[in-house]
Design a protein around this ligand. Structure first.
Ligand code: G1P
Length: 290
């Protein structure tokens, strides 16, 4: 029997970031800052706020800055200490203490499904969360925690979804589902990036998943799909035929931070919310001749 507690999260961060070139030529897209914090730190903080303590990050070539970010920075800390910058020092030290971090390198860009498979030996026989770094969810209750509650009740894989306009379904995994209760669905099928005509609904997968170890066998069976990559959506599709799977409509505002426009929107919204910057930023925006 698989445990009821989710304490591990996998954060795939091996992608090439082609949607964000040239910024991502030599720097990981996960390290792009929203105001002053790298995108991946928001994602880690969401997992930690949901009670997750072990974070497995799937990296690749050119991604070392991520490991350095979640490590101690001896020289920097010494410098801040000497200069009496206590608040900043505390903030910097807290990043390395957020969780226990573990890194696996995905040697070939073979897709999201393959990236998850790279964590198999670290997961073992436990349920685990997957959080994609492109999706930033600004929510009162951490998005992944909303989904963990469903997992606790029903014990099967949970996929986070939100409704999107039909014109955008081709950018997402889309679920076919039957309503169970408000904001909860039983998933019968999934399609990766369908055309509007072929989409079984407008409920899009938003980069948050609670998975059970059976996903690894399904991933082994999965042949390359869209873009010749091993798609997580295709493995979920195999599983949905064999066991109960749930779609949880997640409350919160989602930003696609891996997309230039989505990133700009998130930057503006997060900037406006900042106690130290919000007011002057608002004044500046209001003064623009739009
Ligand atoms: C991935 C998944 C897709 C999901 C999306 C959410 O696609 O394959 O099913 O809807 O993340 O952001 P990607 O955006 O990596 O192409």
């Amino acid at each position: 029997m698989v445990s009821a507690r989710v304490i591990k999260a996998v954060i795939p961060a091996a992608g090439l970031g082609t949607r964000f070139l040239p910024a991502t030529k030599a720097s990981p897209k996960e390290m792009l800052p929203l105001v002053d914090k790298p995108i991946i730190q928001y994602v880690v903080e969401e997992a930690v706020a949901a009670g997750i303590r072990e974070i497995i990050i799937i990296t690749g070539r050119g991604k070392r800055a991520i490991e350095d970010h979640f490590d101690v920075s001896f020289e920097l800390e010494e410098n801040l200490r000497e200069n009496g910058k206590k608040v900043l020092l505390k903030e910097i030290q807290a990043i390395a203490d957020l969780a226990d971090f573990c890194y696996v390198r995905q040697r070939h860009a073979r897709g999201l499904g393959h990236a998850i498979l790279c964590a198999r030996h670290l997961i073992g026989d436990e349920p685990f969360a997957v959080l994609l770094g492109d999706d930033i969810l600004d929510a009162k209750a951490p998005a992944i925690r909303q989904m963990m509650e469903i997992y606790r009740r029903f014990g099967g894989p949970v996929v986070g979804v939100q409704a999107v306009p039909r014109s955008e379904v081709h950018q997402y995994g889309i679920i076919k589902a039957e309503p169970m209760e408000p904001d909860l669905y039983r998933i019968t099928d999934l399609v990766e990036k369908p055309s509007p005509q072929k989409a079984p609904s407008n409920l899009a997968v938003i980069g948050r998943y609670i998975l059970t170890p059976e996903i690894f066998e399904a991933l082994e069976e999965t042949t390359p799909g869209k873009n010749q990559e091993i798609q997580l959506t295709d493995a979920l599709r195999i599983l949905a035929r064999k066991q109960s799977m749930y779609g949880k409509r997640v409350e919160g505002v989602r930003y696609d931070a891996g997309d230039k426009l989505g990133f700009l929107k998130a930057t503006v919204e997060f900037g406006l919310k900042r106690p130290d910057l919000g007011e002057s930023f608002r004044r500046y925006l209001k003064g623009l001749a739009l």
